[in-house]
Structure formats: structure tokens, C-alpha cells
Design a protein around this ligand. Structure first.
Ligand SMILES: [Zn+2]
Length: 341
């Protein structure tokens, strides 16, 4: 009745003199609803920098003292890839380092740093920093899939600062490649397929056509459309939809450049609106599979501002009912963000 699969994430651990470490991760799925969870007991041991500080400035200063992701420590304190994933200990591109997550929740789960600097406000990331970080991330996706063909669903994720769930302050993204899409990615893939079956039209193309004339549309840069969601699952939610592109690992240099231009403007607009912490994620089709009915999208939501005590924006409705209570009007958010474009 119940489905449980155990996968092992393997990497060379800095805590064991870079000997190979295998951490079991349980993937459990509810048979009635398909809702899934993942369990890695080791994660309870990870350092959460947010819990040791009492104010926003103190959080930045204190977390810098022994930061694992700062240049002076990164090579000693972060795991190395086993040789089957990368012939180099870590994948590098510009200032970005990609390395295995020390406390993974996917069989293939890496971390990529965004900048050399320990802390940046969200409107200060440079074009080069974000482009290099994305290129390094895509290299990781492709290398994992080359080694493990079953691992084909890549996801690109950015938690910024503790209110968003980030345990480390130093800006970084998390890269997962799974055998199966996440619950929500799977839902998007399935409903897109069904839409095509019923109407013989691409849902995403229809969506963009519809939203272009709406108050929620922000801008188009290259082949990427930016707009707020009609029924958001987070505050200040913004989507980027990539025309005729299904899989994130296939992004061209032009698409990356256009995306980064848009993202920087959104983050600038967010900053002016008082946002300091956010989550960003991608919904991608599988590596090497042509999905004509599905377009890649990225979602960004704001999270509470870091401070000594803050009210979480996820309560019983969000966590136990999976219903989001939103505090912002999507049409107003779009109006604010359009000013940056
Ligand atoms: Zn740092």
C-alpha cells in the first residue's frame, strides 16, 4: 500500500578526510494522493546560521566568521564530487563553485555559490555572477545525467537568507537531479499533456497570449515572459516562462542572458518593495526528452524579512492544507515591478 524507495547520495566528505560517504535518503509517497516527502536524518546535524544570531546585521557578521562557502575555507570545508560525477573535485565557472550538498535530500544534490562575497542584498548580484552560476549549474545537470541516465529531472533552486529556509547566509543555489519529477513539476507536466490532448494547443503558449494583455504582465525579454500569477502560491509571486524550451539543461547563452537581465530587474523591484529574502525554483521537463506541450518556467516568491523575531508566512493553511494565504494583489505587484523594465 505504501511506497518507499531508498537512494544513496555519495560524495567525498570534508568531515571524513574526503573519504567516500553514502547517505541514505528515503523517498516516501502517499498512495492515495501522490503527495511525497523525503527523509534524511543526517540533515538534523546541519548548522543553521540563522538560529545563532539575534538581529539582521548580527546574522551577516556572525555567519561570516566561519562561513563554509567563503573563499578562504571553501576548498577545505565543502564536499568533493566522486570521480564518476566530475574529474575535478568541484565544478567551477568564474567565481562559482559547485559541490555536493553535505546534507542531501536527493540522490544527486549539489550546491553552487552565487558570489565570492559572503553577503549581498538581493539587488546587488552582478550579471556575470548570476550568468556564471547558471552555467556552472547546467554543467552539473548534464554531467550527472551523463553518468546516471535515470537521473533526468533537473531542478534549480535558490533560497536566500534564513526566512526562506537557507541554513547558510552566503548566497548559494541548490541543484537536484531526480529520477522522478517533484510533485508540483509532475502536476505541471501532466496538466500540460492533458490540455494538449483535449484542445490540441500548448497551454503555455495560450497562457502567455492571455496574460500579455492582462494587468499581471510585467515584460518580455528575448523569448522569456515575466508576469505575476493569477492565483499565487506565495507572496509577490512572479513567473518567468521560456518560449519553446522544455528543459533547463538545454538553455542557450542567449536565453541565459535574457533570463538574468529579467531576474536582476525583478530583484531590484523586490528590494524597493522591501523584500530581503526569497525562494526561486524551476519547473523543467526531463533531460533529453522533447516535450512539445510543456514550457520551462521559473517561479519566485518573497519571504519574511530577516529580523530577531518575525512572523512566518507559512502556517497551518500553507503547510497542513497546502492552501496559500496571500497578502499581496498580483496585479499591484506587477505594476510595481514593471517600473524596473
Ligand atoms: Zn561566506
Amino acid at each position: 500500500m505504501f511506497e518507499k524507495k531508498v537512494y544513496y547520495s555519495e560524495f567525498l566528505s570534508p568531515l571524513k578526510d574526503f573519504q567516500r560517504e553514502k547517505q541514505p535518503i528515503e523517498y516516501r509517497r502517499d498512495s492515495l494522493t501522490g503527495i511525497e516527502c523525503r527523509i534524511n536524518l543526517k540533515r538534523s546535524e546541519r548548522v543553521k546560521q540563522g538560529e545563532k544570531s539575534s538581529s539582521y546585521p548580527e546574522l551577516i557578521a556572525k555567519s561570516k566568521e566561519k562561513c563554509f562557502f567563503c573563499q578562504e575555507r571553501i576548498k577545505e570545508t565543502t564536499p568533493r564530487f566522486p570521480p564518476e560525477i566530475s574529474s575535478d573535485d568541484r565544478i567551477t565557472y568564474g567565481d562559482t563553485y559547485v559541490f555536493p550538498n553535505l546534507f542531501p535530500f536527493a540522490q544527486h544534490h549539489a550546491v553552487a555559490t552565487v558570489t565570492r562575497e559572503h553577503f549581498k542584498e538581493i539587488d546587488k548580484f552582478t550579471t556575470t555572477e548570476i550568468i556564471d552560476m547558471i552555467k556552472a549549474s547546467l554543467t552539473y545537470f548534464r554531467q550527472v545525467n551523463k553518468y546516471d541516465r535515470k537521473a533526468k529531472y533537473p531542478s534549480f533552486n535558490w533560497n536566500h537568507l534564513p526566512p526562506s529556509g537557507a541554513s547558510i547566509v552566503h548566497p548559494h543555489v541548490q541543484l537536484l537531479v531526480d529520477n522522478r519529477p517533484s510533485y508540483l513539476t509532475n502536476l505541471f507536466l501532466e496538466v500540460s499533456k492533458n490540455f494538449w490532448k483535449k484542445k490540441r494547443r500548448n497551454y503555455w503558449e495560450e497562457l502567455i497570449k492571455h496574460e500579455k494583455d492582462s494587468e499581471r504582465f510585467i515584460a518580455q525579454i528575448g523569448s522569456i515572459s515575466w508576469f505575476t500569477s493569477f492565483a499565487p502560491i506565495g507572496n509577490n509571486e512572479v513567473n518567468a516562462v521560456f518560449q519553446d524550451r522544455g528543459c533547463i539543461s538545454d538553455l542557450t547563452d542567449d536565453e541565459i542572458t535574457s533570463f538574468v537581465e529579467g531576474l536582476q530587474k525583478i530583484l531590484k523591484g523586490y528590494y524597493k518593495m522591501g523584500v530581503r529574502s526569497f525562494n526561486l525554483t524551476s519547473y523543467s521537463s526531463a533531460i533529453g526528452e522533447r516535450e512539445k506541450n510543456f514550457w520551462l518556467s521559473v517561479k519566485i516568491i518573497s519571504r519574511p524579512t530577516p529580523q530577531t523575531y518575525y512572523t512566518s508566512d507559512a502556517g497551518f493553511m500553507e503547510i497542513l492544507h497546502r492552501v496559500r494565504i496571500v497578502e499581496t494583489i498580483p496585479e499591484t505587484v506587477a505594476k510595481h515591478l514593471r517600473r524596473e523594465f
